[in-house]
Design a protein around this ligand. Structure first.
Ligand code: UD1
Length: 314
């Protein structure tokens, strides 16, 4: 971590990924500010840090709030978003206000406030159903939902701010992130959080389709590492990086692992395939490895064990 960056803002800092980022930044001695409107984040995610973080409760579209929160910051990690793909499908306009206008306004405020660099949370959703595997950053995006279009738009704005205004920006395309604090309570939550919850309750999960669809699951702590590298590597400005582990696993295999670890031997139920589901997802992380020095530190088994411990204690 570059020691120059000592005052940092994390938008969405009370959320799943944002709270892990906040925790690590504080442990590295940064003065951390968080903006969160608690739409999906929870104050409890920051409870152990409450005396160490400056919290601004509100919406990223609130100009005054953002001016205050950004003033004096050198670095911003932009994790706040409407993160439910389904909600963006139901309400493309409202979600565009949050994901596009919110991001644009953040970049604009950052440019006028002397911020050095902004790290944007993007998504593997931008690749859509392109069958080419693994996904490489230079592939033509095929966004298939308002969410994917909005994430891509935020990325394009970020790149434009880098090139046109000299505000350094880096976009990280997260694959399927999992780990402690991921909320399993909605039907659209990440599959690992749902399966962990089922395992803890001794219930059967529902697998949509034949379960042979695959995903590249990356542990949240590795996502934090990628963010810190994106913040500190000198030539990263204006670039886009995949953040995954570069290997994938099927949903059937995922339940087998979780069921073995938890001792819940319940067989899964199978339901109809989920509309819009993609079959395969796999990242090529060689660009992040080469240019950021990123190496995932958590094997899938290790990440799952840590995650299971956390769900057991909930
Ligand atoms: C993920 C992201 C999404 C992003 C997309 C990009 C999450 C939570 N979502 O969606 O934001 O746009 O990648 O490609 O990370 N499944 C079951 N049973 C369940 C839940 C899920 O079988 O109870 C299956 C799904 O049908 C899917 C797989 O598990 O095939 C993964 O689902 P999910 O965790 O929702 O992530 P993605 O659909 O990959």
């Amino acid at each position: 971590m570059n020691p120059d960056f000592n005052r940092v803002l994390v938008t969405g800092g009370a959320g799943f990924i944002g709270s892990h980022l906040t925790e690590t930044l504080i442990s590295k001695g940064c003065a951390v500010r968080v903006v969160d409107n608690f739409s999906t984040g929870h104050l409890s995610n920051l409870a152990h840090l409450k005396d160490k973080v400056m919290l601004y409760e509100g919406d990223i579209r609130d100009r005054e709030l953002m001016n205050t929160a950004i003033r004096g910051c050198e670095l911003i990690f932009h994790e706040a978003a409407e993160v439910s793909v389904t909600r963006t499908v139901q309400d493309p306009l409202e979600s565009a206000q949050i994901n596009d206008m919110g991001t644009l306004q953040l970049l604009e405020t950052a440019r006028h406030s002397g911020v050095k660099r902004v790290i944007i949370a993007c998504s593997s959703a931008v690749y859509g159903d392109d069958p080419q595997m693994p996904k490489q950053e230079n592939m033509l995006p095929r966004p298939m939902s308002p969410y994917a279009v909005q994430k891509l738009t935020g990325e394009y704005y970020a790149r434009m701010y880098n090139d046109l205004y000299g505000l350094e920006t880096v976009s990280l395309r997260y694959f399927n992130v999992y780990g402690p604090r991921q909320d399993p309570s909605s039907p659209y939550s990440g599959v690992i959080s749902i399966f962990m919850d089922k395992a803890a309750k001794r219930e059967s999960p529902v697998i949509y389709g034949d379960g042979e669809q695959t995903r590249d699951f990356v542990f949240v702590k590795d996502v934090v590492t990628a963010n810190l590298l994106a913040a500190s590597v000198p030539d990263a400005g204006g670039k886009v990086f995949n953040v995954g582990i570069g290997s994938s696993i099927s949903i059937n295999e995922l339940w087998r692992l979780i069921s073995r670890m938890s001792g819940n031997s319940k067989k899964p139920e199978y339901g109809p395939p989920r509309a819009g589901d993609i079959r395969e997802s796999l990242s090529d992380i060689s660009k992040a490895e080469k240019e950021l020095g990123f190496t995932p530190a958590y094997s899938f088994e290790k990440g799952l064990e840590i995650t299971m411990e956390w769900y057991k204690n909930q």
